[in-house]
Design a binder for this molecule. Structure first.
Ligand SMILES: [Zn+2]
Length: 191
């Protein structure tokens, strides 16, 4: 996505439908899937505390958040962001939505991700830890994945959805492969 580009409501809807179709293909979009209750809202303004985010997932809401109409458990796509420090390199609108669905998957299936002991072993820390995990560069699917375990999970989930679960051939790092396999196994439990 180009710097300073405005995202429209229409683009958000089109990209959402396309990603939901991908979720269907990997078994995450069905009548009992908790992800079907996740709404994707297009908003005119970025959120103050996440002014840099091209998209964000609401984990918890303060009184002020509620006043502005934000609800926990849903995805928000702002029309523009105030700053493009590194977020502009994060790819397409669909990738942003795939990434946010990763956070949504963890939030709505905490027993599979957030409270999973295996998660810590695979991603090098608790889901909510803000300390970056310490692994070799090749163990991360993107630069952004290095920031903290939850972002590592969401970034890997994003590529998993985009690739329909098929691991890219160029991935040879065992730790990264383990992250991929972990996601595949957790998805299988709800599909
Ligand atoms: Zn994220």
């Amino acid at each position: 996505m180009k710097n300073g580009k405005i995202i429209t409501h229409k683009q958000t809807n089109a990209a959402s439908i396309s990603v939901q179709d991908e979720l269907y293909r990997i078994g995450l979009w069905h009548i009992e899937s908790r992800l079907c209750n996740v709404e994707i809202f297009w908003c005119r303004l970025p959120q103050i505390k996440m002014y840099d985010a091209l998209g964000f997932f609401m984990l918890g809401t303060t009184k002020l958040d509620k006043f502005f109409g934000y609800e926990s458990g849903h995805i928000y796509i702002p029309a523009f962001v105030l700053s493009h420090v590194f977020s502009q390199k994060r790819g397409s609108l669909r990738d942003i939505i795939r990434h946010e669905y990763g956070h949504a998957f963890a939030y709505h299936y905490p027993e599979l991700i957030i409270y999973s002991e295996k998660f810590e072993a695979v991603f090098g820390g608790n889901y909510y830890s803000d300390v970056p995990s310490e692994m070799e560069h090749e163990a991360y699917i993107s630069l952004y994945a290095k920031t903290m375990p939850m972002e590592d999970f969401a970034e890997t989930f994003m590529v998993f959805v985009r690739r329909n679960g098929i691991i890219p051939e160029k991935i040879s790092n065992t730790k990264l492969k383990n992250k991929w396999v972990f996601i595949a196994k957790q998805i299988k439990k709800v599909s």
